[in-house]
Design a protein around this ligand. Structure first.
Ligand SMILES: [Fe+2]
Ligand SMILES: [Fe+2]
Length: 503
């Protein structure tokens, strides 16, 4: 057998007999003759079993027993109390003070060694089980740790993706896909602050649900469900009976649509949106891990949505400032009044009719709205001159696309539009300016704006000529197929003809 045993008795004979017999069993022993020595030996020797007499000098055996029980990490160590006056109450007294066993003096050597063997064998097994349990705990911990690292890495990647997206609608779409893909959620709906009314939340997008009804719904921030939710930064069960009054009715409405849980999106204590989700695809309950991941995703999404909103606001501010500048050009020349807006309208319709992407349409709208901004850099008297321009004046007028492109190219969101501004006077045969580009060297967006711009110029009044009618202008564009893209001209003709028919 192996193990360390501490024996404490004031009678040296008993100490000698007990320790000798335990040593012959293979144990290491230490002894103490009083309670104080017993405590210090206990700390030095670190025994696996303690055998104590109840009557010890300095500190009594029962007190030593109690002291051991509060030693850090030693609460479970077996302690056998040896007692001379053993009756029922003193046995109970021994157990009350924390003894594992009580043995009556006089006892046989076989009895004490048998009990010591018992305890140490049991203690050994328990220790082994604890170690095995510890290994299992360690394996579990490692698994959990790996899962958390994976979650965090996924989350980090997703957050980066979210923050790269500047278009709020695209962000909502990606967020829905992420929630469905990462957490296996069956249905998602996202509400966010309305652009023009920060007190109302409107439907922004969703998946796996009937969107027709949700598109007609607005939630006020100041009342009902949203007011209730704004106090939380957590996963809320919409069936929760704690939701008060009108809020409960709104929650019930959402639950009936299959949206059972909600996470409020809060930035600096201000609610900017909510994410509603239904059951998981596998119909299981949301686990703690799901909720933790969901919460982290929502925090990341809230920041990204707010950034996208601020970015859009900033874009709108820039654009409206630039439009004011453009309108000042038109204000100086009554003959070009409304030209920019009309060119922007025609170009937008053309881009849509030609099946271009949302992003491309947006770029064309920006480009068309700003196409003549470079005229800010051309003298007013030249722009308004009714007689023929001198060569020098003509060079100045022809510089407006380049000046305009330079004005806006450093604004990141207008970078692509600046290309359209630069090339809106290029022609397919290379006769245009400023770069004399030909055919496919000219982007589709620039070709579209060229058609819209020329059509508006032809149909507008000028001091030196009368405007063409719409059909005459279309005919002019068709006749100049060496300059204007035929497909664009025909698409434009359809748009104009349908407009003429309606009006
Ligand atoms: Fe122009
Ligand atoms: Fe123009």
């Amino acid at each position: 057998m192996s193990g360390n045993i501490l024996v404490a008795d004031s009678d040296p004979n008993i100490v000698e007999i007990v320790t000798e017999s335990l040593r012959s069993e293979g144990y290491h022993t230490e002894s103490a003759s009083d309670g104080q020595e017993a405590m210090s030996k206990f700390r030095e020797f670190d025994p696996d079993l303690v055998i104590l007499d109840t009557v010890l000098p300095v500190i009594g055996g029962l007190q030593v027993c109690e002291n051991i029980r509060v030693e850090p990490g030693k609460r479970e160590i077996p302690i056998i109390i040896m007692s001379g006056g053993l009756n029922g109450s003193s046995v109970a007294e021994g157990f009350r003070h924390g003894a594992s066993d009580v043995i009556k003096k006089p006892f046989s050597i076989e009895e004490i060694t048998a009990r010591a063997n018992n305890f140490l064998t049991r203690a050994g097994e328990e220790k082994k089980q604890r170690m095995e349990g510890g290994e299992k705990d360690f394996e579990y911990f490692q698994r959990e740790f790996k899962r958390k690292v994976l979650n965090l890495r996924t989350l980090f990647d997703l957050s980066q993706d979210f923050n790269r997206l500047k278009d709020p609608d695209e962000l909502v779409h990606i967020l829905c896909l992420t929630l469905i893909g990462q957490l296996g959620i069956g249905s998602v709906a996202i509400f966010r602050l309305q652009k023009n009314d920060y007190n109302l939340l409107e439907y922004a997008g969703g998946m796996g649900i009937e969107t027709n009804i949700l598109q007609t719904v607005n939630f006020s921030k100041e009342s009902g469900l949203i007011k209730y939710l704004s106090k939380f930064d957590n996963f809320i069960d919409l069936a929760n009976r704690g939701i008060p009054g009108a809020g409960r009715r709104e929650a019930h409405f959402l639950v009936k649509l299959g949206l059972k849980y909600c996470f409020p999106l809060i930035i600096k204590e201000n609610l900017i949106g909510i994410i509603l989700v239904g059951e998981k695809i596998n119909c299981r309950e949301y686990s703690d891990n799901d909720i933790e991941m969901f919460r982290l995703l929502c925090h990341s999404a809230a920041n990204a949505l707010e950034n996208a909103r601020l970015y859009t606001e900033l874009q709108d501010t820039y654009l409206s400032t630039i439009r004011v500048l453009v309108s000042t050009i038109e204000a100086k020349d009554p003959y070009t009044s409304g030209h920019t807006d009309r060119v922007a309208g025609y170009s937008s319709k053309l881009a849509r009719r030609m099946g271009m992407s949302k992003k491309e349409i947006e770029t064309i709208e920006f480009g068309a709205a700003l196409h003549d901004i470079g005229k800010l850099g051309v003298y007013e008297n030249i722009l308004n001159k009714s007689s023929a321009l001198t060569e020098k004046e003509w060079i100045m007028v022809k510089s407006h696309p380049e000046i305009g492109a330079n004005i806006i190219r450093d604004m990141s969101f207008l970078k692509h539009a600046s290309d359209l501004v630069r090339h809106h006077h290029e022609r397919l045969d290379g006769s245009g300016y400023p770069d004399g580009l030909k055919g496919d060297e000219i982007s589709l967006g620039a070709k579209i704006i060229a058609v819209a711009d020329s059509f508006d110029a032809m149909t507008s009044n000028r001091p030196y000529r009368k405007p063409l009618t719409y059909p005459e202008a279309i005919e002019q564009l068709r006749m100049q197929s060496n300059k204007f893209d035929a497909e664009i001209v025909e698409t434009f003709a359809e748009i104009i003809e349908s407009r003429v028919k309606v009006t």
